[in-house]
Design a protein around this ligand. Structure first.
Ligand code: ZN
Length: 97
């Protein structure tokens, strides 16, 4: 149920994304991928994450949110595969579920 999920999330800290580091135009088609993130942590510090660290943390149940509202599902960072090549990257939002 939605209510049960929401109450669980309320007790979890999340990382607020301050900036997203991307590669630029390294592909022939000119598209780019996320290389890492800088976040404001639940304890107030800032952390720089590599792409691999972010994906690992998400799989461990951490949440990365763009903006200050943790309940905005459209603002959550999700791991994905680039639609234009086989590289891993990150996307903001959960369009498929
Ligand atoms: Zn790509």
């Amino acid at each position: 149920m939605v209510e049960a999920m929401a109450s669980t999330r309320d007790s979890l800290p999340w990382y607020v994304v301050l900036s997203i580091q991307k590669d630029h135009a390294v592909e022939p088609s000119g598209h780019s991928h996320v290389l890492g993130l800088a976040t404001r942590d639940p304890d107030g510090d800032e952390t720089h994450w590599t792409l691999v660290q972010v994906i690992s943390a998400i799989r461990d149940g951490e949440r990365f949110v763009v903006g200050e509202d943790p309940n905005d599902q459209g603002a959550a960072i999700e791991p994905t595969v680039c639609p234009q090549c086989p590289k891993a990257t990150l996307v903001v939002g959960t369009p498929t579920h």
